[in-house]
Design a protein around this ligand. Structure first.
Ligand code: SOE
Length: 381
């Protein structure tokens, strides 16, 4: 039975970083997107009942639950914001019950699980989406339009990097993101998934997809302290994922791609940058200046900086007058508006589980390349 009601009852699995980002987005919708479907923040799901109850109060949820199995067929929409290893089973159970699902990226720890999730979505009438939030930035939408209108000409280079430095201290504590069983990979799946998704989202129409990759993964610190509730070190636990990755890619049209991410890039906090060079022009986007797009058009004497919160911005009428800037949180508001509108209309949402599974194939190919020390063709993954 597909849940179709006036008010969409939301169950949210996960109440930390992404729980806060998506709960904030849901709270903003009635004021800034009054045409968005009405949503009730029904149940917040987690394990630590004390922390869960505090978060439910703060995020405006009516109740809490500690077992997702009790919830997935009671709500209209499941937000799966848990650690990566919790993405497959709750999402597939919800889809089986006809409950719509928005799942955080990457879709799963492994390609095998991502394929099962894609198949579950294909076999359900419910809507399934993946939260690649950076697709919902005005600068990225404007860049995609320029590329697809031929403003950059033939695409020759795609370059993406996602740099953070929160692990450069070897005593920074162990976390689920550092465990292959729980996360699948480190910077590759956590950060590289965003960059690889954006790369194909931006140039896929004109350059085709990535055909081959060569990559390397590196772990700089092999074990980290597990802290008890007093912040004292209980034990040291193995780090089993990458602290950094680099990859080269070959696109169908012959364009070359260069990608990297790190959690050791000292001085960079959340520096996601995409740069694309074509025969007639280039563009450069940086998350640290997300209200701008740098553009080079042939004949000009260098790059110009475009302020994108203007008439080209699909959401400009929702917020403030042109030139008044947006922030990181607005990517989630835009994404939630588009997802919930798709659910209410019974229409597919992009990025779908199928698109997210494509990203998972790229992650798997880069991991295989690192293991085998050779180029990997995507058709073989
Ligand atoms: C990692 O620190 C992280 O939180 C990613 O998991 C998010 O997807 C990214 O948007 C910000 O950084």
């Amino acid at each position: 039975m597909i849940h179709v009601t006036e008010t969409l009852a939301v169950g949210m699995l996960g109440y930390r970083f992404m729980g806060k980002a998506h709960s904030n987005a849901l709270a903003r919708l009635p004021m800034f997107f009054p045409d968005a479907p009405e949503v009730s923040r029904e149940v917040l799901i987690g394990r630590d009942e004390t922390a869960l109850s505090e978060a439910a109060d703060r995020f405006g949820f009516e109740r809490t639950a500690t077992d997702w199995r009790e919830v997935v067929d009671e709500v209209d929409v499941l937000y799966n914001l848990g650690p990566n290893h919790l993405h497959p089973e709750p999402s597939m159970a919800a889809l089986e019950a006809g409950t719509h699902v928005l799942c955080e990226k990457p879709l799963a720890p492994t390609l095998e699980e991502a394929v099962r999730m894609r198949e579950a979505a294909a076999g359900s009438d419910a809507i399934a989406g993946t939260a690649f939030n950076y697709r919902f930035l005005p600068a990225i939408r404007y860049a995609k339009g320029l590329i697809e209108d031929g403003e950059l000409g033939e695409i020759h280079h795609v370059r993406g990097r996602y740099l953070q430095d929160w692990l450069v201290d070897p005593e920074a504590p162990w976390a689920w993101r550092l465990d292959e069983e729980l996360a699948g990979s480190g910077t590759l799946g956590d950060l590289g998934a965003h960059t690889l998704d954006l790369a194909e989202f931006l140039v896929g129409e004109v350059a085709g997809g990535i055909e081959r990759v060569s990559g390397q993964l590196r772990t700089f610190v092999d074990e980290r302290p597990v802290l008890d509730e007093d912040g004292e070190t209980e034990e040291y636990r193995q780090v089993t994922v990458d602290d950094a990755y680099t990859a080269q890619a070959a696109f169908e049209n012959g364009a070359v791609g260069t990608f990297e991410a790190s959690r050791f890039a000292t001085g960079h906090k959340n520096d996601h940058t995409i740069e694309i060079h074509g025969s007639k022009g280039s563009l450069r986007f940086s998350l640290e200046r997300l209200n701008e797009l740098e553009l080079y058009r042939e004949g000009n004497r260098g790059y110009e900086t475009i302020l994108v919160t203007d008439e080209t911005d699909p959401y400009v009428d929702r917020w403030w007058p042109p030139g008044h800037v947006l922030g990181w949180e607005h990517t989630f508001v835009h994404e939630n508006y588009e997802f919930l509108s798709s659910v209410a209309a019974g229409e597919a949402f992009s990025p779908s589980f199928s698109e997210a599974c494509r990203v998972q194939r790229l992650l798997e190919a880069i991991q295989r390349s690192d293991e085998r020390d050779e180029w990997i063709t995507l058709d073989d993954v």
